[in-house]
Ligand binder design. Structure first.
Ligand code: P1T
Length: 382
């Protein structure tokens, strides 16, 4: 099997057989001519399958070392498809620290459809096991978590799921397939918000599921086609293009982030820094064991834990732009309590550490000296 960079550039993207075009063409078509009913070249209708999407789906499967890759119109649409494989009465155990939109999908949409969600801090696997009962069907984790950057032991969760004959699913958005491959660690399903590091240029919203199991993959293909939350060919092309530099971009995100995290950790106006690459991070050893590097996301709190100071910092940066999302080449800063995690009630949010003073950074691939200088001048304002 090829190594990561080679797969990123070549997997699924055969040169076009009709013209030799080295880049996968944007097959901007909804339908395909048939010679006779049912006699076609493998493509019937673009909700079902489109050649540009097909190339991307094969590439995504290769990057996560999975048999099947399915692309969806957003990360939440990918999660929605996975959740539709369950039935009323089924229970899902989820990490308590997770993207606000995922929490909203669980508690405001699928709870009403009869699924039950149990949220738990997953620092110890016994806490997860204590919630498993006859109705439990899946353990859902994000790692690193959004936004607290907790690391959950994927192998431990996968082994627990195997022991109880239930599924384990990992939202691998913060790591990207370059830094972590949950299927190799025993997980059943990987979900991505492609919008983030995989696409990498803040110009596409998309999601994906990668898995190995034939039966579950068939169910998901059925849901993908029946419900229709598929991405268009233009977006698939942009993501294929973005992926070709995923490994190069991720290396730079990681190199920059560790320097920014160290700068913040030593800054007199900073109270706490959450970055799994710091040896002081409580789950640093688990991160070392399951990640190739520690990614571009950092959260921190300024001294005194004041929301006014957090707002001052994130409105004073000149290179870090104040915006939702993450994983693009440009650096972003955000305020989880009022932005990405506003959908989680304050009391719930604060239980997992998402206090009003928390600042989240998506460290881009600019020159790190400029990023540090930017944060330095913003911190001087408080
Ligand atoms: O935005 P969408 O492509 O639908 O992906 C949702 C999603 C799923 N999982 C994780 C871990 C995420 O971070 C997200 C989206 N997150 C943001 C927009 C954000 O700023 O955190």
């Amino acid at each position: 099997m090829s190594k990561f960079g080679t797969k990123a550039i070549h997997a699924g993207a055969e040169p076009d057989s009709a013209t030799g075009a080295i880049m996968t063409p944007i097959y901007q078509t909804s339908t395909y001519i048939q010679n006779a009913p049912g006699e076609h070249k493998g493509y019937e209708y673009s909700r079902t399958l489109n050649p540009t999407r097909h190339a991307l789906e094969k590439n995504l499967a290769a990057l996560e070392n999975g048999n099947y890759g399915l692309a969806f119109s957003s990360g939440l649409a990918a999660m929605d498809a996975l959740l539709k494989t369950f039935k009323p009465g089924d229970e899902i155990i989820s990490s308590n620290d997770l993207y606000g939109g995922s929490y909203r999908l669980f508690t405001k949409i699928f709870s009403d459809l009869g699924l039950k969600f149990r949220f738990v801090e997953m620092d110890e696997i016994s806490k997860v096991e204590s919630l498993i009962n006859a109705y439990t069907k899946m353990i859902w984790i994000e790692t690193p978590t959004n936004p607290m950057m907790n690391i959950i032991d994927i192998k431990a969760v996968s082994n627990l799921a195997i022991k109880h004959n239930i599924l384990s699913a990992v939202d691998n958005t913060f790591s990207s397939p370059y830094l972590q491959n949950p299927l190799d660690l025993g997980a059943d399903v990987v979900v991505h918000s492609i919008t983030k590091f995989i696409a990498g240029h803040s110009d596409v919203v998309m999601g994906a599921i990668v898995l190995n199991d034939d039966t579950l993959a068939n169910k998901l293909y059925f849901i993908q086609n029946s419900c229709g939350a598929v991405p268009g060919p233009q977006d698939c092309f942009l993501v294929l293009r973005g992926i070709k530099t995923l490994h190069v971009r991720m290396d730079r995100h990681c190199q920059n982030a560790i320097q920014v995290a160290s700068f913040l950790k030593n800054h007199p106006k900073v109270e706490s820094v959450f970055y799994p690459g710091l040896s002081s991070h409580p789950n640093h050893e688990v991160a070392v064991s399951q990640m190739n590097d520690f990614g571009g996301m950092i959260s921190f709190i300024t001294k005194g834990n004041r929301i006014e100071d957090a707002k001052k910092v994130i409105t004073s940066t000149k290179i870090f732009s104040l915006a939702e999302s993450l994983g693009g080449v440009e650096s972003l800063c955000g305020h989880p309590a009022t932005m990405t995690h506003a959908a989680i009630p304050k009391e719930e949010r604060e239980k997992s550490g998402v206090v009003d003073a928390l600042i989240r950074l998506s460290v881009g691939i600019e020159d790190v000296e400029d990023l540090i200088e930017d944060l330095s001048q913003a911190l001087e304002k408080i």
